[in-house]
Design a protein around this ligand. Structure first.
Ligand code: ASP
Length: 656
């Protein structure tokens, strides 16, 4: 097809702009053909650009043959220029901003053709997400993604303007930095010039922003990219964007007071009204009441401790917890109301499965409905015990209680999750509300079984709570931090802390996490030096921009607010990154790729073959019977492992 050139064609209006007031004007428009259809002698074409959609119309019996021929050639997603007269529609479309008018086509440019899109481009149609990510440049034409990315840009602008008004400076920090062992795994970049040495991509600009405080930039902001090589979860990406903030001469309250009006403004951007100051909740209470350090407080139901009630119970499971001197506890959630009481056996079984998945033995319940008490441990609830339980849980009328037994940590995990499941199922979460919350007083350190030492809960530059400083050497796990997270509707939007600002405390903290003096100097010498040269008291916070935008637009998936996201396997399906590179580049870097390990021989003797080895054994038998290769699966430590067996050259199948 011969394409038209843009030539001197000038757009007069954006497609989404046209209204009744434009009737009678000849307009020139640009965009993509969203849809073209014939109704009798009329041809309708929806033309889309970034600002919206407008209907073009041509009457086959009236337009010149050349124009008609062109129009007939147009298919979905062709790129067009159009000229025409704006006219009032006979049949208006109230669902479309431009639905009062149409444009009567007088000229058409075909600027480019388009193959049939491999994915549906309208919102309603389901498409496989892998396909969408592969053709992301097409997927991004969808209205919701366009809206999300435009809002993301507005959010970033609002944030920059807010901090600018408050006298912050935006300073860029390096992308090529130093690898440090704390925190998540680093993405590494090999240095060609310094062979065998590596840069690390920043997990966050944490130390740079602190050093900028030492340098005197009292109010710092950066909207920056961060990288963490972690196993990904649904709402994580290997690279993500942070709104990074650091201030000098501040206390926790000053940081909170700086961030709250910003969050109020951001909520207003999407039409939500929220009131500052936001509630503050100590970490301990968050875990005790909601079983989570990022509670969704839109549901008011709290976890309650009912251990003591079962001190003399015949229900062994609960009594054993009561006898354990605080090691194990019985904790419960009570949801009042008919709907909760009407929770069916099947629904309870589903909850129980979820609880078991989290390591619980089961999910004991008691519900008070129309026919009185129904409970998985009813035979242990005589009238007195039932009355005591009702009084403790605050049961008046109908409702459902579920229980968990175990350590504080175990019961928090189970009930924290079940609380949200029940709240959602019972419609107790008002999705139109934004509930911000500060969780404060986090522990400073936690014991890591994996490393056999304490590790920082936040990062090792977080200041110990002044009242707990003495615990650093005596009981590190009990030491609180001056650290705070900002939560929105059960999501952690961000977190920060007041930092250590003197070299001596920093050295004590490094010691507490098992770094020797030499290691501390080697890894963080520049920080210790900086703290010794007049570092001001300082602190800050970082917000996750991706998650923030996700919550603002009401998306359920972080990929919906990132232009070119990666999959949960950290792969870009469009470019296919990561990919092998030219061996010459590797040679320059002196990097050799180790081949996947091949086991060349092995002998196994079994008196009887365990079930999990049956399949590989059968596979091996097919090899000895002459097949060149075979595959099978094997379950090892609960994981399904694919075993590929290949006949090696020279192997005659007789050796074992
Ligand atoms: N750098 C920290 C983080 O990325 C946030 C902070 O403490 O400011 O989690």
């Amino acid at each position: 097809m011969n394409l038209d050139s843009l030539g001197s064609f000038q757009r007069t209006h954006r497609n989404g702009q046209l209204r009744l007031e434009h009737v009678g004007q000849t307009v020139r428009l640009l965009g993509w053909c969203k849809r073209i259809r014939n109704l009798g002698s009329l041809v309708f074409l929806d033309l889309r650009d970034r600002w919206g959609l407008v209907q073009l119309v041509a009457n086959e019996t009236e337009v010149p043959p050349a124009l008609l021929a062109k129009l007939k050639a147009v298919r979905g997603e062709f790129v067009l220029g159009a000229e025409g007269l704006v006219a009032e529609r006979e049949q208006k479309n109230p669902n479309l901003p431009t639905g009062d008018i149409e444009v009567r086509l007088s000229d058409l440019l075909i600027l480019n053709t388009a193959q049939t899109a491999p994915i549906p481009l309208d919102e309603s149609a389901e498409a496989n997400e892998d396909q969408r990510l592969k053709y992301r440049f097409l997927d991004l034409r969808r209205e919701s993604l366009q809206r999300n990315l435009v809002l993301r840009s507005e959010v970033a602008n609002l944030i920059r303007n807010y901090f600018r008004r408050n006298d912050f400076v935006e300073i860029e920090t390096p992308i090529l930095g130093k690898s440090t062992p704390e925190g998540a795994r680093d993405y590494l970049v090999p240095s060609r010039v310094h062979q065998g040495q590596f840069y690390a991509l920043p997990q966050s600009p944490q130390l740079y922003k602190q050093l900028l405080q030492v340098a005197g930039f009292e109010r710092y902001i950066q909207i920056c990219r961060c990288f963490r090589d972690e196993d990904l979860r649904a709402d994580r990406q290997p690279e993500f964007t942070q709104v990074d903030v650091e201030m000098s001469f501040v206390r926790q309250e000053d940081i909170q007071a700086m961030m709250e009006p910003l969050l109020v403004e951001l909520a207003a951007l999407v039409g939500r009204t929220v009131q500052a100051p936001f509630p503050r909740l100590p970490y301990k209470d968050a875990m005790e009441w909601y079983g989570s350090d990022k509670p969704d407080t839109r549901c008011a139901v709290r976890i309650q401790d009912v251990t003591a009630l079962f001190a003399h119970s015949e229900f062994n499971l609960f009594r054993a917890a009561a006898d354990s001197q605080g090691q194990r506890r019985v904790r419960a959630l009570f949801f009042r109301g008919e709907q909760a009481a009407a929770y069916s056996r099947k629904q309870l079984d589903e909850l129980q499965d979820a609880a078991k998945h989290m390591g619980a033995g089961g999910l004991p319940y008691a519900k008070w409905g129309k026919d009185g008490l129904a409970s998985s441990f009813k035979k242990f609830l005589d009238p007195a015990a039932e009355a005591a339980l009702k009084a403790a849980l605050g049961v008046e009328g109908e409702g459902l209680a579920v229980f968990a037994v175990g350590t504080s940590q175990q019961t928090s995990k189970v009930l924290g999750d079940i609380r949200l499941r029940l709240a959602r199922a019972l419609g107790l979460i008002d999705e139109s509300r934004f509930e911000f919350l500060w969780v404060v007083d986090f522990p400073l350190l936690e014991w890591s079984e994996e490393n056999s030492r304490y590790v920082a809960c936040h990062h090792p530059f977080t200041g110990p709570h002044p009242d707990d400083l003495g615990l650093l050497e005596t009981d590190p796990g009990a030491c609180r931090a001056v650290a705070y997270d900002i939560i929105l509707n059960g999501f952690e939007l961000g977190g920060g802390s007041i930092r250590v600002h003197d070299a001596q405390t920093q050295s004590r903290l490094f010691r507490a996490i098992g770094l020797s003096e030499e290691e501390a100097r080697e890894q963080f010498g520049f920080l210790l030096d900086a703290l010794a040269f007049g570092a001001p008291p300082h602190g800050g916070i970082a917000l996750g921009l991706d998650r923030l935008v996700m919550l603002l637009v009401g998306a359920s998936n972080i990929r919906e607010v990132i232009a070119f996201p990666k999959t949960a396997q950290a792969r870009c399906l469009m470019t296919n990154a990561p990919s092998p590179v030219n061996p010459r580049l590797l040679k320059d870097l002196r990097i050799q790729i180790e081949q996947a390990q091949q086991w060349k021989a092995g002998v196994m003797f079994f008196e009887s073959v365990p079930a999990e080895f049956q399949a590989p054994l059968t596979a091996m038998r097919t090899l000895t019977s002459g097949a060149a290769s075979s595959t099978s699966t094997l379950v090892l430590d609960g994981e399904v492992v694919k075993v590929e067996t290949t006949r090696l050259p020279g192997f005659d199948g007789q050796d074992g």
